[in-house]
Design a binder for this molecule. Structure first.
Ligand code: SAM
Length: 301
């Protein structure tokens, strides 16, 4: 295998940063990859093809980006650190024509920021851990062209993404993410593969967009999926309480219409065919969808 990223080693990374007078910013989760084998494994798990338009969050000095550019048609990277564009202009110079840099916080990305480019179909990133879980769900919800995400996250976040009902890691986040995407591969990454090494274990996880289907086999309406997400937040608002009590507390404090829903919860559970004495962690994705549909029906009555 040829070199996929000449930046993926400790001495080169150290040198590039020294040349630009930079040191790692802990507040931005700057743990750069320094093992080329891990870069190759990320690219392989993402199954990049020559026609792919890739979105990356946090290119850093360009370590993973360089490998993405060699395996895709176009890469758009979003970087918050204002010191890094000058570095990227040097390290990614050979691929500049197929690279777009958006300098902003990934959480503030607007769809209009992607105007004029091919819609991205794959998210591939070594994510800044402070925003990792939020940004993956947010992008699956907002960027409809995204077919998959192959992302480096803290091991515990990967565990939440892949959790099954009835386990301790299964929560509102798991349900909401899984209404959009399903895990499709994963491998562990230890701290010594980064410079500086993070204090936590990491994992690369791939998620494939997988729409939940209705009884006729058609993808559910976005409105139903969003209502199921609301029911996930309600069911896990007080994790140790029953579904009924957790939802009651959640809706009672939720805007002008919430208290009316709180009063009609017995009807909602009845319509969804769910025992209100159960706890959120026992419910399957399909049961959250049924509760989402019941919530919409109740609001439309
Ligand atoms: N991709 C590089 C690599 O693999 O070596 C760097 C990954 S490093 C873990 C995370 C990167 O995300 C850093 O470059 C950091 O500046 C950037 N970053 C941190 N918070 C961000 C945010 N909210 N939006 C965009 N980029 C961010």
């Amino acid at each position: 295998m040829g070199s996929v990223s000449s930046l993926a080693n400790r001495s080169v990374t150290r040198q590039v940063r020294a040349d630009h007078g930079l040191s790692a910013k802990y507040s931005l989760g700057q743990n750069f990859l320094v093992n080329e084998a891990i870069v190759s494994k990320i690219v392989a798990l993402a199954e990049l093809e020559g026609a792919d338009s890739v979105l990356e969050i946090g290119p850093g000095i360009g370590t993973l980006t360089m490998a993405l550019l060699q395996n895709a048609k176009h890469v758009t990277s979003i970087e918050r650190d204002a010191d890094l564009p000058a570095v990227l202009a040097e390290t990614l110079e050979p691929w500049w024509d197929s690279f777009t840099l958006i300098q902003k916080d990934a959480l503030d990305l607007q769809l209009s920021d992607l105007d004029g480019q091919e819609a991205p179909n794959k998210l591939v990133a070594n994510l800044p851990y402070a925003v990792a879980a939020t940004v993956v769900l947010d992008y699956f919800q907002r960027i409809e062209s995204l077919e998959s995400a192959t992302v480096m996250v803290q091991k515990e976040v990967a565990d939440r993404m892949a959790a099954e009902p009835g386990t301790k890691n299964y929560g509102a986040y798991t349900v909401k993410l899984r209404l959009y995407a399903q895990p499709a591969g994963r491998f562990p990454v230890s701290p010594n593969n980064f410079f500086p090494p993070p204090r936590v274990d990491s994992a690369v996880i791939r998620l494939n967009r997988t729409p939940v289907l209705d009884e006729q086999g058609k993808p559910l309406d976005g409105e139903v999926v969003r209502a199921a997400c609301t029911m996930a937040d309600a069911a896990f608002a007080s994790r140790r309480k029953t579904l009924s009590n957790s939802c009651k507390t959640y809706f009672a404090g939720r805007g002008a219409n919430g208290p009316a829903v709180a009063l009609r919860l017995p009807e909602l559970f009845e319509r969804a065919g769910i025992d209100p004495k159960r706890r959120g962690e026992t419910l399957s994705l399909a049961e959250f969808v049924n509760m989402g549909k019941a919530l919409l029906a109740l609001q439309q009555d």
